[in-house]
Design a protein around this ligand. Structure first.
Ligand SMILES: [Cu+2]
Length: 273
């Protein structure tokens, strides 16, 4: 045997040993890939139906969502990793931070989930920024209790910011502008009243112009403006409120059901001359 032959054998033993150690490590000690950052690409892609689920234990919590067009009223969360049971909630944007919840998954068991579909409870237009956020099922009741016990999971990537692609619609205020010159016509508006919110949460109306607001409603609420004598119950999936603002100024509209105004169910009304 010459030295070259011995060196070759030793090399093979070392390589086999290293491979064995790496393979053994993979088997016994599952590592989680670093979370993908929230995808900020501007393309949309076709979404498959149904989520893929792996209940391999994971030690990390993260969520990843691509910018996407709405499919019906459903968005797709690319990947979720949960170290314990929890939820993915979709939050509206509130001045660059996650705001109120407009959609949520059912309770998710711990593990990695791909292509999770979540149906939004209201329609959002193109250009809107949303946040997917992980919440834990803190009280283990399988129900999303937020605001409440099921606080957000805190980890490096527990929030993914994404954008709804599509035609950007003008704001209600801009649509109003076109009609404001004609004060004899009834101004028609659409609003959403839901679990402790009004959307939009600000309105500008013209003094003396009759208004008809059609609410897409969830729950039992009222639309109340003290100064203008407006106090109309909102019941059922659709409710209509007619009134004519008869004075200029800044007013608050709110829900008069106990606790709802305090919970954030209010908005700012400006009546201009
Ligand atoms: Cu209410």
């Amino acid at each position: 045997m010459n030295n070259k032959y011995i060196i070759a054998i030793i090399s093979i033993i070392i390589v086999v040993g290293v491979v064995w150690v790496i393979a053994g490590k993979d088997k016994d000690d599952i590592t989680v890939n670093a979370p993908a950052p929230a995808d900020v690409s501007t393309h949309s892609e076709e979404k498959g139906n149904g989520a893929n689920f792996s209940n391999t234990p994971v030690s990390e919590d993260y969520v990843s969502v691509k910018n996407q067009a709405l499919s019906g009223n459903t968005i797709t969360v690319s990947e979720v990793s949960l170290s314990e049971p929890g939820f993915v909630a979709i939050h509206m944007d509130n001045n660059g931070k996650p705001g109120r919840v407009i959609g949520k998954s059912g309770v998710l068991t711990a593990g990695i989930i791909n292509d999770l579909n979540i149906t939004l409870e209201e329609t959002v237009s193109g250009g809107v920024v949303l946040y997917a956020m992980l919440h834990k099922d803190a009280n283990n009741n399988g129900i999303f209790d937020f605001p409440g016990a099921d606080t957000p999971v805190k980890s490096n990537n527990f929030i993914a910011k994404f954008k709804i692609l599509g035609d950007e619609q003008s704001q209600p205020e801009q649509q109003q502008g076109a009609q404001q010159n004609d004060s004899s016509s009834v101004k028609e508006l659409n609003m959403v009243s839901g679990n402790l919110f009004f959307t939009p949460d600000n309105l500008e109306l013209k003094k003396g112009q009759p208004v008809r607001i059609t609410f897409q409603n969830t729950g039992i609420h009222t639309f109340t403006i003290d100064e203008l004598g407006v106090d109309v119950p909102l019941r059922g999936p659709s409710a209509v409120v007619d009134f004519t603002p008869n004075k200029e100024g800044q007013f608050e509209y709110y829900c008069a059901i106990p606790g709802h105004r305090e919970g954030g169910m209010l908005g700012d009304l400006t009546v201009v001359n």
